[in-house]
Design a protein around this ligand. Structure first.
Ligand code: N7H
Length: 489
């Protein structure tokens, strides 16, 4: 889904990424129409290590993904489709898994990682629903690791998953597995509420090509900031928190084998699609506004992907489809949320130039999720079939990147210091898509109705319940190929 991450040429200074070592989903994303997530427990440690060593050659690295992307791009340029079926396999471990493989006296990694996504502390910190409301099977046993298996369609991914599980035999026990898939037809690339996803991803210095290296050396595509790779992979310089483009120190590594590895956050987020659509229709009627406009103001982009900052009142599909324009905007020149509400999903999760650009770049993530579940059936007016998003993000600090973003989405006061045109203070409210209140109670969002280009109508959107519900979560470490070959096996 996340095709916005294009590979390419770089400056000499930046040519240091070890693409053979970094697992393929982390920086570029495995090519995926379907993806199986197999969560497992290690039953027999020596046997598991033995099988894993033998299986290492099948793990897809970033060099292979880059090569495939190039071939796919060439085919596209020639107006052809490749018949080649591209499969991918990646693998990550929880803190429990690392204990099993490295020993309980191993060095501690990121405190959030060690606590785990399912600890009472993490759940409280993120206002997540209690584990009793997660999928019972997911919580039925200890999870040590996850296999990610990607391919052209769900049946062939299942076939590959079965082969893999046969190979690992009794060394592992599957605790939970599920396969996600891109949505069909024209909805391909859109998540279940209908919005195009995978538009905005940070660029990575040393990997992402610059459209205009001379005039915009710090950008990939217009509006796509290039970040130092240490934000996403261990062993490289990160961002300077004082300067948006300068190189900062590499993230600290608790152990040398973390080099070329990354943390993966997984969240299975169920989406109540018919309920969301009905809510938007009813609230739009109450506010006397177009329902597509209200939905777009909740997200910050139209379903087509066109950003509110550039198309504040009407959708613009041509803008949406233009990679050189659809991410080329900031929020700094929209100080009264006339074009895009402060609480809109994309404004909450990435503030761009709104507050402090250098700091904003220290809270970025690479997203690599995929939808799951069937399309809404005719007559399905309340959710009958489970569907949603298998959210995946990569980063080198779960606390400073993923958790920071989720906590700001949950914080009605963020972003602070905003004023009304007349001077009064503003409480932006919750991110209406992913924000979670304490106890999952009702949430408010400021200014659903646009005061664009001028106007001073005060409105509030009260959202009585979650339309996005967390049903499973995990924090994993995605080791380098060498770490898998040595310390971990
Ligand atoms: Fe979000 N949505 O459909 O409303 N997201 N997201 N997300 N999200 C984005 O720019 C969505 C979730 C981010 O750089 C778009 O690629 C849904 C979580 C970030 O401008 C859309 C769910 C977290 C960005 C959605 C969900 C984030 C982003 C616009 C859950 C992190 C990039 C497409 C079911 C805590 C922002 C695009 C930027 C974009 C939706 C989850 C974060 C349409 C439905 C849990 C960083």
């Amino acid at each position: 889904m996340h095709s916005a991450r294009a590979p390419m040429a770089t400056s000499v200074r930046e040519q240091r990424l070890n693409l053979d070592e970094i697992q393929g989903d982390v920086l570029l994303g495995l090519q995926k129409n379907a993806e199986a997530f197999i969560f497992f427990k290690i039953q027999n440690i020596p046997l598991f290590k033995e099988w894993l060593r033998q299986f290492l050659q099948h793990i897809t690295n970033t060099r292979q993904i880059q090569h495939r992307d190039l071939i796919l791009r060439r085919y596209r340029q020639m107006g052809r489709k490749t018949r080649q079926s591209l499969y991918g396999l990646n693998l990550g471990f929880t803190g429990h898994g690392l204990n099993a493989l490295v020993g309980i006296r191993r060095s501690g990694l990121d405190p959030s990682f060690e606590e785990g996504a399912d600890s009472a502390e993490t759940i409280a910190r993120l206002n997540d629903p209690p584990k009793s409301r997660w999928l019972p099977k997911f919580t039925s046993d200890r999870i040590d690791g996850v296999f990610l298996i990607t391919g052209p369609d769900p049946p062939s991914v299942t076939l590959h998953s079965n082969k893999l599980l046969n190979f690992f035999g009794t060394s592992v026990k599957v605790v939970y597995s599920e396969t996600g898939a891109t949505r069909p037809g024209a909805e391909r690339g859109h998540e279940h509420f209908g919005f195009l996803d995978g538009i905005s991803q940070p660029g990575v210095r040393g990997l992402t090509s610059r459209l205009n290296a001379i005039r915009e050396p710090n950008e990939g595509l217009p509006g796509q900031d290039l970040l130092w790779p240490g934000e996403f992979v261990f062993g490289y310089p990160g961002q300077d928190p004082e300067h948006p483009t300068k190189e900062g120190p590499p993230p600290e590594m608790a152990a040398a084998w973390m080099r070329n590895g990354s943390y993966m956050v997984f969240r299975r987020l169920e989406q109540k699609v018919p309920e969301f659509q009905r809510f938007v229709r009813e609230q739009a009627a109450r506010l006397a506004m177009d329902s597509a406009l209200l939905a777009a103001r909740m997200v910050g982009r139209w379903k087509s992907g066109a950003p509110m900052e550039l198309a504040p009142l009407r959708d613009d599909p041509r803008l949406a489809g233009d990679k050189k324009r659809n991410n080329d905007f900031g929020f700094g020149d929209d100080p009264f949320q006339r074009r895009c509400p402060y609480a809109a999903h994309i404004r909450k999760v990435y503030t761009r130039d709104d507050v402090n650009e250098a700091e904003a770049q220290t809270h970025r993530i690479l997203r690599a999720g995929i939808p799951f579940g069937p399309e809404v059936a005719p007559g399905e007016t309340t959710t009958k079939h489970k569907r949603g998003l298998m959210f995946v993000s990569y980063q080198t600090s779960i606390e400073r990147q993923f958790e920071y973003i989720q906590r700001r989405a949950n914080d009605p006061g963020f972003v602070g210091g905003k004023r009304r045109p007349g001077g009064g203070a503003v409480t932006p409210g919750f991110d209406p898509i992913i924000g979670q209140g304490e106890g999952n109670g009702p949430r408010e969002m400021d200014e659903p109705y646009p005061n664009h280009p001028a106007g001073n109508r005060r409105t509030t959107l009260t959202i009585p319940n979650q339309f996005v519900e967390l049903t499973a979560a995990g924090y994993f470490f995605m080791p380098s190929i060498t770490a898998l070959r040595t310390v971990l096996t």
